[in-house]
Design a protein around this ligand. Structure first.
Ligand code: SF4
Ligand code: SF4
Length: 250
């Protein structure tokens, strides 16, 4: 049986999602036996896009004309295109200042020095068709391995729907929102991280994007009861998902 051919690429991002894959050290020998990593510039050469890939896993948001070109090329050469991580799925932290004109941002950061134009950072789905999303900042190791397992079997990954609170309750954590009055975004954020932060006493920052099963109206009511207004909550959620709004279910 021929091995699936994968392309793995990064756009505007920190490379954390790709590094999380490379950090699966115990599993890498088996993965290399089963999968052909044909295009993976972070890890190996050559770096030319050639032939047809079974899937392209793309990290990061798209913020330059060059990245848009690379993304379209990967789409054209791949049967499936997967958005890997929160930046690819929702835009992530690079989109934090999308409400300020780019020209003004560039002037504030670089002064009067001329720089090539960049585009407004956008999630992959704003440029090309995306077949599946594995969110997370970065995605959890078990999610990356499950994704590769799904691709090996010819399937697309099935996304979770429950919020971080579900994970948190399963770990029998003290609720930081209700018991400590902290602004925890767990009720509105997609779970799957085993409530990593609340389990350590740190409120959820919403890094995995919106949860489809979130009861937004109830959550906002709960925030209000604990002294946080909807605007504050929305502002926090938009750090990772700039398009977040009260009607959003992902
Ligand atoms: S601590 Fe946060 S994630 Fe955990 S149950 Fe409370 S609101 Fe939900
Ligand atoms: S608890 Fe929230 S901030 Fe922490 S990893 Fe999970 S989704 Fe991200």
């Amino acid at each position: 049986m021929s091995r699936p051919r994968l392309a793995i690429a990064g756009l505007t991002a920190c490379s954390g999602c790709q590094l999380s894959l490379l950090n699966c050290e115990a599993e890498l020998p088996l993965l290399l036996e089963r999968i052909e990593f044909q295009f993976f510039p972070l890890a190996c050469s050559p770096v030319r896009i050639e032939g047809c890939y079974d899937a392209a896993l793309v990290e990061g948001c798209c913020s330059t004309a060059h990245e848009a070109e690379l993304l379209r090329e990967l789409r054209d050469h791949s049967r499936l295109l997967i958005a890997l991580g929160t930046c690819a799925a929702w835009g992530g932290v690079a989109t934090l200042r999308n409400d300020t004109p780019r020209k003004e941002l560039r002037r504030q950061v670089y002064g009067r020095h001329p720089l090539p134009d960049d585009d407004v950072p956008r999630p992959l789905s704003a440029i090309v068709k995306v077949d599946a999303v594995v969110t997370g900042c970065p995605p959890e190791k078990h999610e990356l391995l499950a994704l590769l397992g799904d691709l090996l079997r010819g399937n697309l990954p099935v996304r979770g729907t429950a919020p971080v609170c579900t994970d948190c309750r399963m770990r029998e954590n003290l609720c930081l929102l209700q018991e400590r009055g902290m602004l925890c975004l767990g009720p509105l954020t997609l779970g799957g991280c085993a409530a990593r932060c609340p389990s350590l006493g740190v409120p959820c920052e919403g890094c995995r994007g919106p949860a489809p099963e979130a009861n937004v109206a109830e959550a906002l009511e709960l925030y209000c009861q604990n002294g946080f207004d909807a605007m504050t909550v929305t502002g926090r959620l938009r750090r990772f998902c700039p398009e977040w709004n009260h009607d959003q279910r992902a």
